[in-house]
Design a protein around this ligand. Sequence first.
Ligand SMILES: Cc1cc2nc3c(=O)[nH]c(=O)nc-3n(C[C@H](O)[C@H](O)[C@H](O)COP(=O)(O)OP(=O)(O)OC[C@H]3O[C@@H](n4cnc5c(N)ncnc54)[C@H](O)[C@@H]3O)c2cc1C
Length: 393
Amino acid sequence: MSLNARLIKESFALVEPVAGRASAYFYGLLFAHRPSLRGMFPPDMAAPRGRLFDVLRRVVRELDSPEGLTSYLAGLGRDQRRYGFSPEHHTAAGAALLATMRRFAARIWTEETEAAWSEAYAMASRIMIDAAAAETTPPWWLAEVTGHEARCRDIAVLTLRPSQRMDFVPGQHVPVQTARWPRVWRRFSIANAPRADGTLRLHVRAVPGGWVSSALVRHTRPGDQLLLGPPAGTMAPPESDRDLLCVAGGTGLAPIKAVMEHVIASGRRPNIHLLFGVRHAGDLYDMPDLTRLAAGFPWLRVLPVVSDDPAYQGLRGRLPDVVDAFPSWTGHEVYVCGPPPMVDATVRRLRRSGVPLARIHRDADPERDRDRSDPTETAGTPDRFLAGFESKT
Ligand SMILES: Cc1cc2nc3c(=O)[nH]c(=O)nc-3n(C[C@H](O)[C@H](O)[C@H](O)COP(=O)(O)OP(=O)(O)OC[C@H]3O[C@@H](n4cnc5c(N)ncnc54)[C@H](O)[C@@H]3O)c2cc1C
């Protein structure tokens, strides 16, 4: 490990246990020196504060693997374009970060530590700024809601038409902002393979008290405009011709459906088993569509699984147990998406039964069920956009 990396890790280890106070201090300083930046963040700063340390933790952890770190930082830089972050903002954030580390790691802070952080920040911000400058896709897309179907108590399927072409890989997700909650972004998986008319579908569950999900499910109508950020995520369709096992919990069905649609459209003919798990039979929100998909592709078997409804006549149980009850999936390519505990338990069972990790594709984001993402995740949108943001919400 280089001296610089060691100094950064040692000082960060002192600050991490007081991350809450340190991030409050960071944003306090940032806004005190650059009050105009406050307008780029949402009213509730809990998420950006939490996310600041998520990012720092990841960067510090990856200091010794420059390749992974560079690609992570480049992704952050590209994503930050949707907030209108400029090189100037990076300078202000760097000064606030250094002051924060200096204060909370004062016990061991030296000139060398200061130089190590300063150099690392300069390197990181350069990668982010360059990646943002090199990106040619739009920083955000306006999208019109062209369809809004309430599928069950708390789930709606939205169809969106972006104003410009948006390329994405089946399995990816997009950040979404509604006019009801300016500057608040949440991610939702794209639930279809790319279509000729460019439309996207989202499967949204309104979580109790949820800002964005409730706005999308209960207060959004056709004709409304949403704002979408660049698609992201590493889940992608298989390159092999192996049979597929797809395990979807609730709206975890969305990215899996996109992958299945892509495989079906590719002309390949693998057998696909879809285990679609929900708590109550009434939550099987996409059965008519799935049945239609299976009717046109006889190699697809859709198996709804219900966990908390003793009266349900079909497959009952928790998804990890049901997956385990089948003879063997070792020859399959596997896709798993849903609440993290369900995904973790399913992956553990599959691994134990001999499915190689390389063949298990999961939505790698541990925050899927509780989206608290990058500072950027809830940071603002350029005013020039907000000024023109029309919605009927
Ligand atoms: C990569 C990724 C993909 C995602 N894809 C989808 C998708 O396709 N469909 C979808 O519906 N959601 C999806 N999510 C979750 C989504 O991004 C939001 O986190 C979720 O909609 C809640 O946001 P909110 O603003 O409504 O709630 P918030 O205002 O953030 O939270 C309000 C309250 O609800 C709690 N809460 C937040 N999320 C949940 C939850 N999931 N269950 C129970 N309580 C919760 C919070 O702790 C808080 O107390 C995805 C998340 C990630 C990270």
